[in-house]
Design a protein around this ligand. Structure first.
Ligand SMILES: C[S@@+](CC[C@H](N)C(=O)[O-])C[C@H]1O[C@@H](n2cnc3c(N)ncnc32)[C@H](O)[C@@H]1O
Length: 762
């Protein structure tokens, strides 16, 4: 039997040049179903669509928008790598250089269509590969599918927004949202935006993954919860006082959101280029069962949005039942919303309009019915056995569904994707009591500047309404359910969540510590200015003591954490860790009498947040030679440094300090902008307190080689290995970096400590 084979080109998630059978990438039902649904009438275009679905996906990555290095890295891509990687021939094949994604703002996203083998073995691409690996490690570059970058762009998040990401794990879009919240950040401004991002996922393990993934963007405004998004609890803000002027009880104000992302669970057939297994497994009923959950999640989001706010609903499914059908039913059931016309946004993005007609299928054999009524009459067991609901079918009214966005693989060499942008219409008509209340709350709740610090540093929000308690309805707690079955499901889920919230939630409590606590005072040793928000420091342990780490939040996160029982909202994290207790000795110099007063040290990931509050005169200046010495040795002696630096640092107490390495050139090494990093000073030595990988990345970028102890050890080990394997081609070009700790001294945080290498650049 003759077998047709297709040589696949580079696929980032599997081995390159895989040989797949053509028959592995065929599915008659997929073709028949989508030929009917997608309104791709032109035969040529249909063949291009199918052809693209069989092509592997190019690799894409994003340069992080908030980091000061974004401009530097973009320029390195444009001025160094593009010219260097143009015209490369590998194994007789021309290899294209990286290309910017045309539609992504500021040229910050790139596409790479290079076989993995060429990336690792062609001399030209090897260095580029190292660059990508290291910059990814330190969080300056994020690998992300091109279409997955779209929803946050359409959500248009600004630093003052109150944002909810309902189904957030593993967190690639969450990272983008966080970057937008921090977008106005410059080192002159405070690095603490007034808004908040609550990222949620109902899967506990995935929520943990989300926390891990977003650790590269340390943010005091970041909160993670672990609840079913379809019954996301109403969050409260603390009332200014619990009674009003007439002595009646005042209920806390609900938190309404400015922006909500619903990147809902879906059948995922738009990822068929990456997940080739879909060709075999796909069946037309896949999307039908998800429609209800998708709808409930979107409806819940709509009920938590403030007037004028925006929701982006997205899936990586091509199926209209999971897309336009959900949007239509949500618009029909939750009044006051419209689909936004976003045809002018991202003009270079090639897209197709949303579908207005489709035909749901009621069986694996593609049995379909023109209307819901036809379907019901076809059921031998009667209405009660129906598995589809009315909302699987297109709506009878015009809801402008063509304003939705469909992205097909053949349009610009991406995955398939669906996006809809909904807006809560600013309305003058809704003057009923509840809406009046919403407006009152909205004006006060989202104006974070109104959060006041009282004498004790407690946050209070002027956001209460003085209605008799019996008249105040909770803000739309009950979603509009479509069927009794859906209602039952919702009740079951709520019950499950409540019981789990009481019993099975193992996270530590959150306790804000007093700004007068001696620990906070010891942290102020860094010469923090008096406007440092020390009342927003929290700890996480059963005793509520500053035992190990201090996390910083902003006023709004503090208000949310204070007003909501953490188990009820299954709060997994809030704010960012900025100080940690310095365990162990103080380096070669040993214990010092002053050390007890300075036991907490600044974490590198906390530096961007704390830097604006550090008095400039207390930052120690250093040059590239000093940086080199700190990278080459774990705990260089003070005597090894230049006189000026030695004098400056020598006059400081033992403990945590901040050093600014001045931009410049020394012996062929270049630092393009000032760089600010935390150090630990012992009596006779100092140490750079950044993660080992961050050290390697920094060394590679500034000195063109990995000068660190770990890097040198890894290079030596590699050389030894390649000698013993002479003749065998080495595959790994990035050195495995071994754990530090050969010498005694201040403990470096585990791999978790970041990496915010350049975030401290001035
Ligand atoms: C499409 S993925 C989200 C991808 C994510 N937004 C990103 O960009 O990395 C859908 C997520 O929804 C979560 N999920 C499934 N059902 C959920 C529910 N009822 N409530 C909240 N999250 C849910 C899944 O655990 C999964 O992580």
């Amino acid at each position: 039997m003759q077998v047709t084979v297709t040589k696949m080109k580079f696929n980032p998630d599997s081995d390159d040049l895989r040989v797949l059978r053509q028959s592995d990438m065929e599915n008659e039902k997929f073709e028949e179903y989508y030929r009917k649904q997608l309104s791709i009438d032109d035969d040529d275009e249909w063949l291009r669509f199918l052809g693209s679905c069989r092509e592997p996906l190019p690799s894409t990555f994003r340069i992080s928008g908030t980091r000061q290095t974004a401009a530097v890295l973009t320029s390195v891509m444009e001025k160094t790598y593009i010219p260097h990687l143009s015209g490369v021939i590998f194994e007789d094949q021309p290899i294209p250089p990286p290309m910017p994604l045309q539609w992504y703002p500021k040229g910050l996203a790139w596409q790479l269509n290079v076989p993995k083998k060429a990336l690792r073995k062609s001399p030209e691409f090897k260095k580029f590969h190292s660059f990508l690996v290291f910059e990814t490690e330190v969080g300056n570059i994020t690998r992300q599918e091109a279409v997955s970058m779209l929803p946050p762009l359409f959500l248009d998040v600004e630093p003052h927004h109150v944002v909810l990401d309902m189904c957030a794990a593993p967190g690639s879009k969450t990272s983008q949202l966080l970057e937008s919240l921090h977008s106005s950040q410059s080192l002159l401004d405070s690095c603490v935006p007034p808004g908040v991002l609550i990222a949620n996922d109902s899967d506990y393990k995935r929520a943990q993954l989300l926390i891990h993934q977003t650790a590269r963007i340390p943010s005091p405004v970041f909160v993670v919860t672990n609840v079913d998004a379809s019954i996301f609890p109403t969050l409260s803000l603390p009332p200014e006082s619990t009674t009003n002027s007439s002595g009646r009880k005042v209920r806390p104000a609900p938190l309404l959101f400015d922006r909500i992302l619903c990147d809902v669970p879906c059948s995922g057939d738009g990822t068929i280029r990456k997940n080739v297994g879909i060709w075999k497994k796909w069946n037309p009923m896949d999307g039908n069962g998800l429609h209800g959950l998708q709808l409930r999640i979107l409806q819940r989001a709509m009920r938590m949005l403030r007037w004028g706010g925006k929701i982006v609903y997205s899936t990586c499914s091509l199926n209209p039942v999971e897309n336009e059908a959900v949007i239509a039913e949500a618009l029909r059931t939750v009044p006051g919303f419209e689909l936004l016309d976003v045809s002018e946004s991202l003009p270079s993005l090639i897209r197709r309009p949303g579908l207005t007609k489709w035909l749901p299928t009621a069986s694996r054999d593609l049995q379909s019915y023109e209307t819901y009524e036809h379907y019901l009459t076809s059921l031998p067991g009667g209405k009660g056995t129906a598995r589809l609901v009315q909302s699987h079918w297109p709506p009878s009214e015009d809801l402008c569904l063509e304003r939705c966005i469909r992205i097909y693989p053949h349009l610009q060499d991406t995955g398939g994707f669906f996006i809809a942008v909904l807006q809560h219409k600013p309305s003058t008509a809704s003057l009923d009591r509840r809406e009046g209340k919403r407006v009152a709350e909205e004006v006060e709740v989202t104006d974070v500047k109104k959060a006041r610090l009282d004498g004790n540093g407690d946050v209070s929000m002027t956001s209460t309404t003085e209605l008799p308690e019996s008249k105040i309805e909770p803000p739309n707690l009950t979603p509009t359910e479509t069927t009794p079955a859906v209602q039952k499901h919702t009740q079951r889920q709520r019950h499950k969540q409540t019981s789990a919230g009481d019993g099975g939630f193992k996270e530590m409590p959150y306790t804000f510590i007093s700004p007068n606590d001696p620990t906070v005072e010891s942290c102020m040793q860094l010469s923090l200015t008096s406007d440092f928000p020390s009342s927003n420091l929290l700890v996480r342990n059963p005793a509520g003591e500053p035992a190990r780490s201090l996390y910083l939040t902003n006023d709004l996160v503090r208000a949310i954490v204070s007003a909501n029982e953490y188990k009820r909202i299954r709060l997994m994290t809030a704010g960012t860790k900025i100080f940690t207790r310095q365990e162990g000795g103080s380096g070669r110099g040993g214990e010092d009498s002053t050390e007890k007063a300075s036991r907490f040290r600044l974490l590198s990931e906390g530096l961007p947040v704390v830097l604006p509050y550090i008095k400039p005169e207390s930052i120690v200046d250093a040059n590239l030679s000093e940086l080199r010495r700190l990278l080459e040795t774990y705990y260089p002696l003070l005597s090894a440094f230049g006189e000026e630096f030695r004098y400056d640092i020598g006059s400081k107490l033992v403990g945590s300090h901040v050093v600014r390495f001045k931009a410049g050139d020394i012996d062929g090494a270049t630092l393009t902008h000032d760089l600010v990093l935390p150090i630990w000073k012992s009596t006779s030595s100092i140490s750079l307190m950044i993660d080992k990988k961050a050290k390697s990345a920094l060394s590679l970028r500034v000195f063109g080689e990995d000068l660190t102890v770990a890097g040198r050890q890894a290079a030596a080990a590699k050389q030894k290995k390649s000698k013993s394997n002479e003749g065998v081609v080495q595959d790994t070009i990035v050195p495995e970096i071994e754990t530090e700790g050969a010498e005694s001294g201040p403990d470096q945080e585990s791999g978790k400590e970041d990496l915010g290498l350049t975030a401290g650049g001035l």
